[in-house]
Design a protein around this ligand. Structure first.
Ligand SMILES: O=C(CO)[C@H](O)[C@H](O)COP(=O)(O)O
Ligand SMILES: [Fe+2]
Length: 235
């Protein structure tokens, strides 16, 4: 799955920018990723709930809201109530992540938990049993256009193993520095959903960029399955 991040889009034309990846066929995004930043949890400020509510009316592509905010326990359920498909909060910011996941699901969205590059996954494995998505940050949250941090792929591999062995039931999502040079290693590590800002909205044709990234990820993931099959004696 490909989730273009509108952080790299033209903020004066957000509706059109979403529509450009909301067509039919291969050029259609699976989700559109919306980065909400409060200037406190991260040193940058973007948009909040009123803008997200408007964006929800611009297309039928599900919105994936990534909340880089303090006190998500208080603010995140409002995004779910408004119709966001997936609402992700930061593990480092949530006070009661299990209750928060329950509140998000009760309000009608999927619940996502994100970890910054230096946050270990081990501390959150039990909590992740209450979540639908794990968002592994592959840059320090706050800005688009940064370089991919390959070390976070160990967390992707661990999460993939936990899902494949039935210990967790969630989608593994990655965010930061995903482009045609980095998507294959992320796919091989076991990512299900790839957020890409600069690589999609920096391209001449965002829809074509979505299709190209998806194809690259699918063929790299195919190689991973092939290698796994051979290891299991099925290949
Ligand atoms: O959460 C984010 C930054 O905090 C963005 O989603 C992310 O950086 C996407 O942009 P790019 O693909 O350009 O790295
Ligand atoms: Fe993000």
């Amino acid at each position: 799955m490909i989730a273009p991040s509108i952080l790299s889009a033209d903020f004066a034309r957000l509706g059109e920018e979403i529509t450009s990846v909301a067509g039919e066929g291969d050029n259609r995004a699976d989700w559109v990723h919306v980065d909400v930043m409060d200037g406190h949890f991260v040193p940058n400020l973007t948009i909040g709930l009123p803008v997200v509510r408007s964006l929800l009316t611009t297309s039928d592509v599900p919105l994936d809201c990534h909340l880089m905010i303090e006190d998500p326990d208080r603010w995140a359920p409002g995004y779910a109530e408004s119709g966001a498909y997936n609402v992700t909060v930061h593990a480092e910011a949530a006070r009661d992540p299990i209750m928060l996941a329950k509140n998000l699901r009760a309000a009608g969205s999927r619940a996502g938990l994100s970890v910054k590059p230096k946050t270990p996954l081990e501390d959150y494995v039990e909590i992740l049993k209450h979540y639908d998505t794990l968002l592994v940050m592959s840059v320090e949250p706050g800005f688009g256009g940064q370089s991919f941090i390959p070390e976070v792929l160990d967390k992707v591999r661990t999460a993939r193993r936990l899902v494949d062995t039935g210990h967790l039931r969630l989608l593994v999502e990655i965010d930061g520095g995903i482009n045609n040079d980095t998507i294959e290693q992320a796919a091989e590590a076991g990512v299900d959903c790839f957020v890409a800002g600069t690589a999609v909205y920096g391209a001449d044709d965002p829809g074509k960029a979505v299709a190209a990234l998806r194809e690259q990820a699918a063929s790299a993931a195919g190689c991973r399955h092939g290698a796994q099959g051979a290891q299991d004696g099925n290949g």
